[in-house]
Design a binder for this molecule. Structure first.
Ligand SMILES: NC(=O)c1ccc[n+]([C@@H]2O[C@H](COP(=O)([O-])OP(=O)(O)OC[C@H]3O[C@@H](n4cnc5c(N)ncnc54)[C@H](O)[C@@H]3O)[C@@H](O)[C@H]2O)c1
Length: 357
């Protein structure tokens, strides 16, 4: 069967563009037609293999001239919505970074723009790639845990606390919308939904900015207007209590993302440092001495499960564009997570529980 050739472009030439370029251009029949970023191209951080790409400092000019079929949006969060709407206006499908947008209204406008253009929209919820997360999802969907009883998730990093880490757009609420909450919390919110399939009902949370200012790359002190820490409680469908904590200033934690879920028949946990392993505590291990068994070793995922593989995000959208049946995080998933983030922010302002949806 002949493979549909696709013209591909990227908006935003920073760190995460590497993941998009490498994943999407690894698919056969995809050609890079342009990269757009308003910064001086000599400061762009493109992977060596793609530095010869046609370069533009104006995204609209690139879209007009190169007519891509698929556009990756790898900009700071503030520019996700305008860039996506521009790409849809020019007839492209969109692979967008997370969080989908700054607000629910923006995310809704993106989804409306996508639907009106009759194109596809993906959000790079990258932990959906992780084999352990997909395996846990399969176990839960097969009913192996029984009814879900509780969920706990933490996502801890330290980089922002390091004096050498400069102030960037991530620390500016006008460009990022959120701090740890949007950067890491959005993965937690999507991750819990991806594993359990349980809708979010209501939430209450707290956030802090523990580092009030940081020096930028030029050495100028700038205020940090985003949260460095956040914690929130949610009620999921069926009354399940789910607890969340995230921070970017916990010394000793590089990238520690863990989700633990207990059901009537057992408990499982998945962890970003162990992408092909899972903690499983089954009911059969429960004896009157069960409280001693707190150090159950990790188990390797079954090789037949690992052998099945799965298309990675953000490249999975290429398969969907070509009409293949593929499970990938869509704009609907991005919008669901955005609604939860907005409710958490509202509860932080009001001090009260906020309904979601
Ligand atoms: N999925 C993940 O796990 C993951 C990981 C890292 C970053 N991200 C997301 O990716 C996005 C970018 O993050 P990053 O780490 O690559 O940031 P970055 O600072 O490394 O790069 C951002 C780039 O966007 C450019 N830019 C700024 N305004 C622009 C505009 N209006 N149009 C086009 N380009 C513009 C900047 O010049 C810079 O080159 C963010 O939304 C972030 O949340 C996601």
């Amino acid at each position: 069967m002949e493979i549909q050739s696709l013209r591909y472009a990227v908006i935003g030439a920073g760190g995460i563009s590497h993941v998009h370029l490498n994943d999407i251009l690894a698919k056969p029949g995809v050609t890079l037609v342009g990269v757009a970023d308003p910064a001086d191209p000599k400061h762009w951080r493109l992977p060596a293999a793609h530095r010869a790409a046609p370069k533009f400092q104006d995204a609209e000019a690139m879209l007009r001239e190169t007519k891509p079929d698929l556009v990756s949006i790898c900009t700071p969060n503030k520019f996700h919505a305008p860039s996506a709407l521009l790409a849809f206006k020019h007839g492209a499908h969109v692979a967008c970074e997370k969080p989908m947008a700054m607000t629910v209204a923006e995310a809704e406008a993106m989804e409306a723009g996508r639907a009106a253009a009759g194109r596809l929209g993906g959000i790079n919820f990258s932990y959906r790639n992780v084999a352990a997360f997909r395996f846990a999802r399969e176990l839960i969907a097969a009913g192996e845990l029984g009814r879900i009883l509780r969920v706990n998730t933490v996502y801890l990093q330290s980089f922002l606390g390091a004096p050498a880490t400069p102030h960037t757009w991530r620390n500016d609420a006008a460009l990022a919308g959120f701090g740890a909450l949007g950067d890491l919390g959005v993965h937690m919110v999507d991750g819990v939904w991806f594993l359990t399939g349980l809708d979010y009902r209501r939430t209450v949370g707290l956030a802090q900015t523990l580092i009030p200012e940081k020096a930028d790359a030029a050495g100028k002190l700038r205020p940090v207007t985003t949260d460095t820490n956040a914690a929130w409680l949610t009620e999921l469908a069926g009354g399940v209590i789910a607890t969340f904590e995230t921070t970017q200033v916990a010394p000793g934690y590089g990238n520690f993302f863990r989700i633990e879920i207990s059901g009537e028949r057992g408990t499982l946990a998945v962890h970003s440092d162990h992408p092909e392993e899972i903690w499983l505590r089954a009911g059969a291990t429960l004896t009157k001495y069960a409280t001693w068994k707190t150090d159950i070793p990790l188990q390797k995922l079954p090789t037949d499960f690992l052998g099945r593989g799965a298309p990675t995000t953000p490249g999975a959208i290429v398969h969907a564009i070509r009409g293949e049946k593929v499970d990938y995080p869509t704009f609907a998933d991005g919008l669901r997570a955005q609604r939860v983030l907005a409710a958490i922010l509202d509860s932080m302002k009001t001090g009260a529980w906020q309904k979601i949806g």
